[in-house]
Design a protein around this ligand. Structure first.
Ligand code: DGP
Ligand code: NA
Ligand code: NA
Length: 210
């Protein structure tokens, strides 16, 4: 994938973790941090509930609709695919994307239901690969203690335990694992250091991969 004339581009940074792992707050702090340093940055999240596919996912999550496990899996994946060309355009134009959940959530949550691991990975093949995956590591029990779950379909301790196991199976050595039980400030400090390194490396021109 060719990028800007001088090879410079935005960094594609993904945050993953269980529900209530603190991802969403950390993502918005990262956004203000990078913007404060003058790096063009956007915060994205998946599922992106603003599209029509996203609205189907949202209705499913709030139990307003029932869908077969395979069907909802493919909708989540389609939701990433429908945003992929815009994502590529933004990165090439030099915008860093902080992305709250990506393909790893897709595989972790669906395989936690018992769907075949390889089948779960298949529709994700060919999507843009992130430059960095940050995993906010917190036990399912700790997550459950944090101000309670919002009541959506997957926000139950027993299910989150299975998701944690799936994430464990998915992890590869390139992931940065952050202990999510530290204070918000400590977590943010660690994230800032790692993310800034990647933003600078991408600015200097590292190719994007699929
Ligand atoms: P969030 O908006 O980040 O709270 O995500 C909503 C819920 O959907 C959350 O429990 C995680 C789950 N989720 C996110 N992405 C996927 C996916 O691709 N597949 C499945 N099965 N679940 C997902
Ligand atoms: Na949630
Ligand atoms: Na979240």
């Amino acid at each position: 994938l060719k990028v800007g004339d001088d090879g410079s581009r935005g960094a594609f940074i993904v945050l993953e973790g269980l529900d209530r792992s603190g991802k969403t707050s950390q993502c918005s702090k990262l956004l203000s941090y990078l913007e404060g340093l003058g790096h063009p940055t956007e915060l994205w999240r998946f599922p992106d509930r603003s599209t029509s596919i996203g609205q189907m996912i949202s209705a499913y999550l709030s139990n307003q609709s029932q869908l077969d496990d395979h069907t909802i899996h493919l909708l989540y994946s389609a939701n990433r695919w429908e945003k992929s060309s815009l994502m590529e355009t933004k990165l090439k134009s030099g915008t860093t994307l902080i992305v709250d959940r990506y393909s790893y959530s897709g595989v972790a949550f669906s395989s936690a239901k018992g769907l075949d691991f390889e089948w779960c990975k298949a529709p994700e093949i060919g999507l843009l690969a992130p430059d960095l995956v940050l995993y906010l590591d917190i036990t399912p029990e700790k997550a459950a203690e944090r101000g309670g779950y919002g009541g959506e379909r997957y926000e139950k301790l027993e299910f989150q335990k299975k998701v944690a196991e799936s994430y464990q199976a998915l992890r590869d050595p390139s992931w940065k694992i952050i202990d999510g039980c530290q204070s918000m400030e400590e977590v943010q400090k660690l994230l800032q250091e790692i993310v800034l390194d990647h933003v600078i490396a991408c600015k200097k021109g590292r190719a994007l991969s699929h």
